[in-house]
Design a binder for this molecule. Structure first.
Ligand SMILES: [Ca+2]
Length: 201
């Protein structure tokens, strides 16, 4: 009963704030599932499992890594990984991801143009969170987000580790009228339950 109520409340909250689901499939790099503590070269993985494309520059040593049960991509210097996604509705979208090392990222249309986020450099010795946007996307249109391994000062790292890539709609803020209606609704519910209580007594 309590579970049902929580589920309904969560559903109502989602409806009130608008769905902001992640449009990136396998942004966590959980698929395909590797044995803990192992790695696999990306070119030997099935594209349908990984859902990320790959361009080999010089090394071709880009890997999917499992570190203590968490999987992430490790893009070698000179290599690129990219994935495609489709905007659900027209509007503003935020981009976020975690990275370690050095490289770059950007966002384009489905055929590598137009440029929506120009190549942006990344450099951090430890894991860090990065974000971009908001960018204006058109509902039903496809886009590409890409990440490249690159030796970028001041972090002279030869790889860019990448995890938790997310593109999601900017959460719509409810209008003041919406809040007023919600409060009125809650008040009515409170009154009803109090009346019921009195009847019971
Ligand atoms: Ca992960």
């Amino acid at each position: 009963m309590r579970k049902t109520f929580t589920a309904i409340a969560a559903g109502l909250l989602l409806a009130a704030t608008g769905a902001n689901a992640n449009l990136i499939t396998n942004g966590t790099f959980d698929s395909p599932n590797l044995a803990t503590g192992t790695f696999e070269p990306v070119p030997s993985l099935s594209f349908s499992d990984l859902n990320w494309g790959f361009y080999s520059g010089s090394s071709g040593l880009t890997k999917l890594v499992d570190n203590g049960g968490n999987q992430f991509a490790q893009i070698a210097s000179g290599d690129f990984m990219y994935t495609s996604f489709t905007a659900a509705t027209s509007g503003q979208y935020n981009i976020s991801f975690d990275f370690q090392g050095s490289g770059l990222w950007g966002l384009t249309g489905s055929s590598w143009s137009p440029t929506l986020v120009a190549p942006s450099y990344l450099a951090n010795a430890g894991w860090a969170s990065a974000s971009g946007g908001p960018v204006s996307l058109v509902g039903g249109d496809s886009y590409k987000i890409y990440f490249g391994g690159m030796v970028t000062p001041p972090q002279f790292s030869s790889t860019l580790s990448l995890d938790n890539v997310s593109v999601s709609a900017v959460t719509p803020v409810p209008e003041p009228e919406g809040y007023a209606m919600m409060l009125a609704g809650l008040g009515a519910l409170g009154l009803m339950s109090r009346r019921r209580l009195r009847k019971d007594i």
